[in-house]
Design a protein around this ligand. Structure first.
Ligand SMILES: [Zn+2]
Ligand SMILES: [Zn+2]
Ligand SMILES: [Zn+2]
Length: 453
């Protein structure tokens, strides 16, 4: 009997289990492929609805977010903002910066606002030509090459094409063998703007480790400083003076320009050929002859050099020195050179108590005079500025439209260098950086030009 019971229980169990599974299968729905009620986007989930093919039962499911549809956009840098590459979605406002581009500087331009070209005081403005941002503005008189053009000598005057007399006002470099670092675009640009000058003189010393005492490599470097100075001055709309700075400070032979005649011939031939198409370059043949040098030595030298320059540039204005450190015009008055387009140089240092009468006599005698060097101090280049004397000179020169150039653009020792000795800043000529002489001269030029600040 027990055996039967076991069999029955087993049979019941099998039956129960066997009947259980078919019952569950019977309740499963057979859904269709579904109908999208609302499709998903990259920002919102969607809804899909399924319908059972057997019983019509419906169920809804969520459609997950779709991927963004990326594209790469490139935004160029402007002077105001840094550009970038970014990944963005075509369908939503997803934005991811991938990489920044290089920043772009403002495109700084300057202009002198009306009235500009007639010598009246305008306003020089520095601004960005792209975004218009203004950086700086100050009173300025346009007095460069674009205003006066190619100059020539007419009688005793330096004149423009319409024979209007032109007064150039400028600054000379110190010896390029020591202070050539100032011959660069930023420095000369800043100097021109601050002083409102229109001529730079580039002093190529012959001696004192200068051009004639240097080996070929250094000689070439010094030549290139002058050449680069001319190019920069030209870019800055200025005139340039090439100064063959013979002086004899450390070599008595160098007191006479004839001593380095061969070097001078070669130099002037090369530089006047290189710049034969430039209408803004003056050639100063001899800085300061002195010692026993006579006016006839100076003439002889000039007669050698002028034809060399004129062969390359027939219209170049040549500036001729004279004995006694270019402070004695009696020679030229007595026996002038027989060339057109030449001027006689005169150098004065106002604290030396030099007489202005020599210049007035020369002027009255019809000599075209160009002061290629001067200072308010002693000719040693040091000591106090004699304001009373230098103002007297300026009165005499300005009333006659005689051009002048101040000594010197450097931070050398001595009161004649316009920059303070400890100043290493190369691109500012603000008063704080200047010695008394620099401040004085800057103010004076502005007075001449009618600028009141
Ligand atoms: Zn169903
Ligand atoms: Zn998206
Ligand atoms: Zn800008």
């Amino acid at each position: 009997m027990k055996k039967w019971t076991t069999l029955i229980v087993l049979a019941l169990f099998i039956c129960l289990v066997g009947c259980e599974f078919p019952t569950t299968t019977k309740e499963e729905h057979h859904y269709d492929e579904g109908t999208i009620i609302k499709d998903a986007t990259c920002t919102k989930t969607g809804i899909i609805e399924y319908t059972c093919l057997d019983c019509g039962k419906k169920k809804k499911e969520e459609i997950p977010l779709k991927d963004h549809d990326y594209e790469i956009v490139e935004v160029e840098s402007t002077c105001g903002e840094v550009g970038y590459f970014a990944r963005v979605c075509k369908n939503c406002d997803y934005f991811e910066k991938i990489q920044e581009k290089s920043p772009v500087d403002h495109v700084i331009r300057s202009k002198v606002e009306e009235p500009s070209i007639d010598g009246s005081v305008g306003t020089k403005r520095y601004y960005c030509s792209v975004c218009g941002k203004e950086f700086l503005s100050f009173p300025y008189v346009e007095n460069g090459f674009s205003r006066f053009g190619k100059l020539h000598v007419s009688g005793r005057n330096l004149v423009d094409a319409n024979n209007n007399s032109v007064q150039l006002l400028g600054i000379s470099t110190h010896g390029l063998q020591w202070f050539g670092r100032y011959v660069n675009y930023e420095t000369l640009y800043a100097c021109k703007d601050a002083f409102n000058i229109n001529v730079f003189r580039f002093s190529l010393y012959t001696a004192e480790d200068g051009y004639c005492e240097s080996g070929s490599k250094r000689r070439e470097e010094l030549y290139q400083m002058v050449a680069s100075g001319i190019r920069i001055a030209t870019e800055l709309d200025m005139y340039a003076i090439v100064d063959w700075h013979m002086l004899g400070a450390d070599d008595p032979n160098d007191k006479n320009p004839l001593y380095y005649l061969d070097e001078a011939k070669e130099f002037f031939d090369r530089i006047s050929f290189e710049f034969k198409d430039y209408d803004n370059v003056f050639y100063e043949l001899m800085n300061e002859p002195n010692g026993s040098t006579t006016w006839s030595d100076c003439k002889e030298f000039a007669e050698e050099i002028i034809p060399i320059i004129r062969k390359n540039n027939p219209d170049a204005i040549c500036l001729i020195g004279n004995p006694s450190w270019s402070a004695d015009l009696t020679g030229p008055m007595r026996s002038p050179l027989d060339y057109s387009n030449i001027m006689y140089t005169y150098h004065f240092y106002a604290a030396d108590n030099m007489t202005i009468q020599n210049v007035i006599d020369g002027y009255n005698a019809g000599l075209p005079i160009f002061i290629t060097e001067h200072g308010g101090m002693k000719s040693s280049g040091d000591g106090a500025i004699n304001e009373r004397n230098v103002n007297r000179w300026y009165e005499a020169l300005d009333s006659r439209h005689i051009s002048y150039v101040a000594w010197n653009l450097s931070n050398s020792k001595g009161s004649s260098s316009i920059l303070k000795q400890n100043i290493t800043v190369m691109n500012s000529f603000a008063d704080g950086y200047l010695k008394e002489w620099g401040i004085f001269y800057k103010k004076h030029i502005k007075q001449v030009l009618g600028i009141t600040e």
